[in-house]
Structure formats: structure tokens, C-alpha cells
Design a protein around this ligand. Structure first.
Ligand SMILES: [Fe+2]
Ligand SMILES: [Fe+2]
Length: 312
């Protein structure tokens, strides 16, 4: 390709980004853009799939048939989110098999939140309220992300995430109008999940090496700190309506800023969990590996069937 053609396609790419239009799979893109989108979408897909485990833990012990049906549907939704996102990632030239290998070998990450255990049924409600709530804050701006297949997947995912958040809140509301023991279960659960939920937005902007480039390319639309602030502002009145206390003594309305002030999560704990030393990291990956290994015969059979080229 000539130097002029090279310059043309780069200019096309820059123009698309500038106009907030979408980059599509067949468009030319810088290699670093491709790698950054793959990293972000893969990490997101892995989070959806690993995120099935903490809640899946309670499916067999749901307190009623209704709660069981709701939880089953919710966990299945997360599997669906993983599938849309792996498909979006495949449009960039990586296979789902490669992505799964990278997850299992620890070369690609998933959200730190899923390395915490679920210790009571109240955790199902808290995860819906806070974890899916934080996911919505993160993901609504991603509906406008510059990579087309990712943005379109997010539009569908966000609709389901907002349903997830409501079901979690409704479960907690039901428990809060129950017995003292149930109210105590909810408070204990919120105490454990509040800080890890704040960590879901990633490190403070000053320590987030990829943010500036990702924003310049329109892959990311808001900074970690802005999204965290939005989440805190959204959660405080919801906690009040629920009747739970958020475990942060520094939490206070700041009239001047028009936002809540709040304390910082333990960033050393975050670094440890991200690097593999969280309470459930080893368990989550071992479980994912077991499921993948046990599914090998299904993948082989599907390929053999496809190779025969016959219809069912
Ligand atoms: Fe999801
Ligand atoms: Fe969800």
C-alpha cells in the first residue's frame, strides 16, 4: 500500500472517531485500537461468565420456587451477555477458544467483584442491587462506544442489567420488611459488598494507565472516578429507602459540589484481588476450567456434525 493510501485510511479512522460514529469490523483500525478493544471486550465477556458462579451457588437453595425461577433466569441472562460479547470480540479476529484459554491461564482478567464469596441469600439481592447497579453505570455510556459490535451488544445487555438491578432491590425490600434476622442478613451483606462494588470502576484516574487513550478513541466514555461518583450518588437514596446503612463513615452530601463525598476503598486489597489473591480467585478459575474440560465432547461432536454438512 502506498504512503498516501496509508494516510487516507488513518484519516478515515480519525474522522470516524471525531464524529462519534462507529468503527465496524471491516474498517481499517490501528493495531493498538484493535488490541485495546479486544482486551476490554474479552475482560467484559469473562466477567459475565465468571459472574454466573457466585449467584449460581444459591440456585439449589433458593427459599421458594419463585425465587429459584428468578435466579435461574438471571444467571442465564449473564451467560447470554457473555455470548454476545465473545461474538463481538470474534469480529476482531480472535476465536472464542483463544479467549477462554487466556481466561483460564490468567492472561486475561475479569471483574474483581466475582472473587468474593456469596455467604447468604441476601447476597443475591445485594449483587443485583449493587453489582448489577455498578455494571449499569459502567455500561450505559458503553452503548455509545466507538466499536460498533460492542456498542450494539451493550444496548441489549443494559436492558437486562436494569431488570437484574430491580429484582435484587425487590428481594432486599422483601427481606427488609420481614424479621429482624432478615434485616440483619441484608445489612451484613451490604457491609461486605459495598467496598468491592466501588472497586468495580477500577483504580482512581491518577492510577489508571489506559484511561486517556481509551477515551481519546471513544472506547471509554467516562473516567473511573466520574462513574464511581455517579454510582455513589445513585445508591445513597436507594439505601435510605431500603433502610440500610452504607458502611462508610465519610459518606456525606457536599452542597458545594452537588455530590456525595465518600471514602476510598482499600486499593491494596483491590490490587491483591486483581492479581489473583482474592478469597475465591482459584476456585472461580478451577470451576471454569472444569466446566470447559467437561464440555470438550460437546465441542468435538458439534464440529464433527458440522463437518458432515448435513441438516438435522
Ligand atoms: Fe450481565
Ligand atoms: Fe446482570
Amino acid at each position: 500500500m502506498t504512503a498516501t493510501a496509508n494516510a487516507d485510511r488513518e484519516a478515515d479512522f480519525e474522522r470516524t472517531i471525531e464524529h462519534h460514529d462507529r468503527i465496524e469490523p471491516r474498517d481499517w483500525m490501528p493495531e493498538k485500537y484493535r488490541a485495546t478493544v479486544i482486551r476490554q471486550v474479552a475482560q467484559h465477556a469473562h466477567s459475565e461468565i465468571i459472574g454466573m458462579q457466585p449467584e449460581g451457588n444459591w440456585i439449589t437453595r433458593a427459599p421458594s420456587l419463585r425465587r429459584k425461577a428468578i435466579l435461574l433466569a438471571k444467571v442465564q441472562d449473564e451467560a447470554g451477555h457473555g455470548l454476545y460479547l465473545y461474538s463481538a470480540c470474534e469480529t476482531l479476529g480472535v476465536s472464542r477458544g483463544e479467549l477462554t484459554d487466556k481466561l483460564i491461564s490468567g492472561k486475561q482478567k475479569y471483574s474483581s467483584i466475582f472473587n468474593y464469596p456469596t455467604l447468604s441469600y441476601a447476597d443475591v439481592g445485594t449483587i443485583g442491587w449493587l453489582v448489577d447497579g455498578a455494571a449499569i453505570c459502567n455500561q450505559v455510556p458503553l452503548c455509545r462506544t466507538s466499536y460498533g459490535p460492542y456498542g450494539r451488544a451493550m444496548i441489549r445487555v443494559c436492558k437486562e442489567e436494569s431488570f437484574h438491578q430491580r429484582q435484587g432491590y425487590e428481594l432486599l425490600m422483601t427481606m427488609m420488611s420481614g424479621t429482624d434476622e432478615q434485616r440483619a442478613m441484608v445489612q451484613e451483606s451490604v457491609d461486605r459488598f459495598w467496598w468491592p462494588a466501588l472497586m468495580m470502576f477500577g483504580p482512581p484516574d491518577a492510577d489508571s494507565p489506559n484511561t486517556a487513550q481509551s477515551m481519546a478513541w471513544g472506547i471509554k466514555r467516562d473516567t473511573n472516578d466520574d462513574l464511581r461518583q455517579k454510582f455513589v450518588d445513585m445508591s445513597v437514596p436507594q439505601a435510605e429507602a431500603l433502610g440500610v446503612t452504607l458502611p462508610d463513615p465519610e459518606l456525606a452530601w457536599n452542597e458545594e459540589r452537588g455530590h456525595h463525598d465518600f471514602g476510598q476503598p482499600d486499593w491494596d486489597e483491590f490490587a491483591a484481588v486483581v492479581s489473583g489473591s482474592g478469597p475465591c480467585n482459584a476456585q472461580r478459575i478451577a470451576h471454569r476450567k472444569r466446566a470447559h474440560d467437561e464440555g470438550a465432547w460437546v465441542r468435538e461432536a458439534a464440529l464433527a456434525f458440522a463437518a458432515k454438512g448435513t441438516d438435522l
